[in-house]
Design a protein around this ligand. Structure first.
Ligand SMILES: C[S@@+](CC[C@H](N)C(=O)[O-])C[C@H]1O[C@@H](n2cnc3c(N)ncnc32)[C@H](O)[C@@H]1O
Length: 244
């Protein structure tokens, strides 16, 4: 028992840095860049997801996948398996490739999770590849990192037969231009971020991709775990009309 715990601790340490703060039980908590636990209620996910088939897009270490499983859902999570599959702005693209998904695997095993992680880009995600449509599709902080967020939204609309929950950074700088549909171009930033649309631009993008009943659920400032700064987030809910 003790040696299993020591083994988990050393695997958690060796696998870092972690993106999500995850409580893996027995006092093992990962030191993620973000601790989403105090923000979980801001996203408006139903407390009971029993019986629902749910997709977590861009799962990373798996915080949302494990949270939705805890709420009773059958969860599939999606992420790319190699760093070269990320949409790097050309000047930031690393020369080396690397594996992704090892932190998710450690957490999944420690939690005894049955979430199925599929190594696939959202650009390639279709009902055929993922065994049908989903009752709920969740996407958190992924689209700002994509060169083509509209294609990703279109793919998610094709996968969603129920609720869609999107949480993304939004531009406060462009917010005063209320009647323009604007996005900051950030491809030259060191954060491999491409676009920061305004909150209302996000809503228009979600509707344009094919979702109905698009509405703003809320906004909040997501602080880094160490308490510094923060990232302004908007949460958008919508309804998908996929069949299957
Ligand atoms: C900033 S993290 C967000 C993690 C998590 N969704 C959350 O809300 O905390 C972005 C995640 O999106 C993933 N990602 C980037 N491009 C992707 C793509 N084309 N398809 C699927 N996932 C992608 C990254 O690998 C990373 O895990």
């Amino acid at each position: 028992m003790e040696s299993g715990l020591a083994d988990l601790r050393s695997r958690v340490r060796a696998a870092g840095p972690w993106y999500h703060t995850l409580d893996l039980g027995s006092g093992v908590v990962t030191e993620g860049m973000f601790d989403l636990r105090p923000y979980a209620e801001r996203y408006g996910l139903p407390p009971d997801l029993s019986g629902l088939r749910v997709l977590d897009v861009g799962t990373f270490d798996g915080f949302w996948a494990f949270e939705m499983e805890r709420r009773g859902a059958r969860v599939t999570s999606l992420d790319v398996d190699r760093t070269q599959q990320l949409d790097w702005p050309p000047r930031l693209r690393p020369s080396e490739d690397g594996e992704r998904g090892h932190t998710f695997a450690i957490a999944s095993q420690a939690l005894g999770s049955e979430v199925e992680r599929v190594g696939l880009s959202v650009y390639e995600a279709t009902p055929k590849r993922l065994g049908g449509a989903f009752d709920l599709v969740f996407c958190g902080s992924v689209l700002i990192h994509l060169r083509d967020p509209m294609l990703a939204l279109e793919r998610m609309a094709g996968l969603c037969r129920g609720r869609f929950v999107l949480a993304e950074e939004h531009s406060r700088r462009l917010a005063p231009f209320r009647f323009a549909r604007g996005a900051e171009f950030r491809g030259d930033s060191p954060w491999s971020t491409w676009w920061i649309p305004t909150a209302s631009t996000w809503e228009t993008m979600v509707h344009t991709a094919g979702f109905e009943d698009v509405r703003r659920h809320g906004r909040f400032n997501l602080r880094f775990r160490d308490g510094r700064g923060g990232v302004p987030h908007v949460v958008i809910h919508a309804r998908g009309g996929a069949t299957g």
